[in-house]
Ligand binder design. Structure first.
Ligand code: SF4
Length: 211
């Protein structure tokens, strides 16, 4: 496991590399971010943005979505993967938001996770991006990059999140989450990480091992 000093050095370097730590999903309201994040499972943010540009120009709140049938919504979002399942999740979520949350997005992880299609990762994204809570959403990039670097050491997403919360200062959780995502997309790719070009290779466990 890394020392505090090494982790701080990694975070400092990544901060310089990726100075704008924000989600690449386009949204204007917490509700839009929730829908965009549900749509983003197994789909690129770019593709989600293509679909939501059109979608949010017509439907902007839970009530608007409930005017649609399952088939109509599926047609609206068919540009993203698993669109049939996601249509079901979105309609159920909108129904629950209206019935139990006065059409507002709850600001607690436990409540968010009661919504259809919302797991811990999605809840953390909404909490940190829409409401500025400190949270680390562990997606596939965060999981891979942090375990390769040695900031986490687990084959389990939940345990990785716990280790990251332990090893990274709380005020940096949300930003660090974005730095790891950008690094995973651009350099530390799942197949063929570009280790020779990586600015944190001197601090990386995986690199030490393969080198
Ligand atoms: S050195 Fe390689 S494995 Fe380590 S963080 Fe950089 S790209 Fe990823």
């Amino acid at each position: 496991m890394k020392t505090e000093e090494e982790i701080n050095e990694i975070l400092k370097i990544l901060k310089n590399e990726y100075p704008a730590p924000q989600t690449e999903l386009n949204y204007e309201t917490p509700f839009q971010l929730l829908i965009a994040t549900i749509l983003s499972a197994q789909t690129t943010d770019k593709q989600v943005n293509k679909v939501t540009t059109e979608l949010f120009s017509k439907y902007n709140k839970p009530e608007d979505f409930l005017d649609l049938t399952l088939e109509e919504l599926a047609e609206e979002i068919q540009g993203v993967g698993l669109y049939r399942n996601k249509s079901k999740y979105i309609l159920k979520t909108c129904q629950k938001l209206i019935e139990e949350y006065n059409s507002q997005i709850p600001q607690a992880r436990k409540e968010l996770m009661k919504l259809s299609g919302v797991g811990r990762k999605t809840a953390n994204v909404v909490l940190s991006c829409a409401f500025e809570f400190d949270a680390i959403a562990v997606d596939t990039h965060v999981f891979r990059v942090t375990n390769r670097l040695g900031i986490a050491n687990s084959d389990n997403v939940r345990k990785t999140e716990e280790e990251l919360m332990e090893n990274i200062p709380k005020k940096m959780w949300s930003s660090a989450h974005h730095w790891f995502i950008f690094h995973g997309r651009e350099i530390c790719k799942a197949r063929g990480p570009q280790c020779e070009e990586c600015p944190v290779n001197h601090l990386c466990d995986y690199y030490k091992e393969v080198k």
